[in-house]
Write a protein that binds this ligand. Structure first.
Ligand code: SF4
Length: 335
């Protein structure tokens, strides 16, 4: 396991709210031929990071890099194959039933597609109030009263509680999804591509709303995105993932102003982890995670690769306080 990176966060003297230690997630795939072992994918491999209370940890990388699998482990949708995930110092996979119930309220998510996430048959009031009834055990009258306050907090009106999801715009539906996530007073919200489907002006409004909510309520975000400008704007610290591994981690300022790893440098130059990396003259296809390249996993696409890179596996190394990269040649590349 590589050393635990501790990003240079202003609040890093306080204990982290979230601490991932050597997380690994392996998925078994179906057997392709009789008498042959079933293949597997190491979707997340040796991922360690810390997230401090009230901050935003951004995760970037192409589709298939493992960032959503990390989010699913934090949401306890997936269980790690190895490693530990601590929240408030407690191993979230060693909780009793009461701890488990409490944790389900503590961590909420807002997904990319607000329409898909909101039941079209329920009024907004029912959607926002329902967790207050089931998790906080309020009466429907009390829950709807609180739901009204939440609607105002996210920039909607109390009267909107009577409307159905199809009566709202995409941005307004995302506001309802945020109000629902906030209804159980979470400490952590996973934002998995939550603004990616919105057009630019609406996206800016939702980002401002998320910032305001964080300022008022002190909530901590895990922010997953492929638009580097958005991740930079939102994040306190950033992790860059490639084929299941963190290849760089540091403060947003460090990663975006002085990227260490050749992959991060390409992402920063492209501005997006999805659409334009191929345009930089880099092989655009991500190698198969079933059979990742040996040595440095990035060597098949790296303009700085040397023979050593295809045989020796790099580890995360600290290049400046709180700023880590996983590359043999960071000093030479920086120079
Ligand atoms: Fe490129 Fe080698 Fe560094 Fe990997 S270790 S990123 S292949 S220079």
């Amino acid at each position: 396991m590589t050393p635990m990176p501790d990003q240079a966060n202003p609040s890093s003297s306080s204990p982290p709210l979230i601490e991932a230690r050597g997380l690994q997630k392996r998925y078994r795939l179906s057997r392709q031929r009789l008498f042959q072992p079933a293949p597997s994918v190491l979707a997340v491999d040796d991922v360690s990071f810390k997230v401090h209370r009230g901050s935003t940890f951004g995760l970037v990388g192409e589709s298939g890099s493992g960032k959503t699998t990390v989010a699913k482990m934090l949401l306890k949708i997936e269980r790690p194959t190895a490693g530990t995930l601590l929240v408030e110092g407690q191993d979230i996979f060693a909780q009793d039933a009461a701890g488990e119930r409490q944790y389900r309220s503590m961590v909420q998510t807002v997904l990319q597609d607000p329409y898909g996430a909101l039941s079209p048959r329920l009024r907004a009031g029912r959607i926002v109030a329902e967790p207050l009834v089931t998790k906080s055990r309020l009466s429907w009258a009390q829950a709807e009263e609180q739901a009204g306050a939440l609607m105002e907090l996210v920039g909607l009106r109390r009267e909107d509680l009577r409307k159905y999801p199809h009566e709202f715009s995409g941005g307004q539906r995302q506001r309802i999804a945020i109000a629902r996530a906030l209804s159980v007073d979470p400490r952590i919200i996973v934002l998995d591509e939550s603004v990616s489907a919105l057009d630019v002006s609406v996206r800016a409004q939702i980002l401002k709303l998320l910032e305001e909510v964080q300022r008022k309520l002190g909530v901590t975000y895990l922010f997953i995105g492929h638009d580097l400008a958005v991740v930079r704007y939102m994040s306190t610290d950033v992790g860059v993932m490639y084929l299941g591994q963190l290849v760089e981690i540091g403060s947003a300022m460090q990663v975006f102003s002085r990227p260490l790893h050749p992959y991060s440098r390409q992402l920063v130059a492209a501005g997006s982890a999805e659409t334009r990396i191929g345009a930089l003259g880099v092989a655009s296809d991500l190698p198969s995670p079933i059979n990742p390249p040996p040595g440095c996993r990035f060597h098949t696409r790296c303009p700085h690769a040397t023979p050593e890179c295809s045989t020796q596996t790099p580890v995360l190394r600290e290049m400046e306080p709180g700023h880590f990269g996983r590359c043999h040649h960071m000093e030479k590349i920086a120079a």
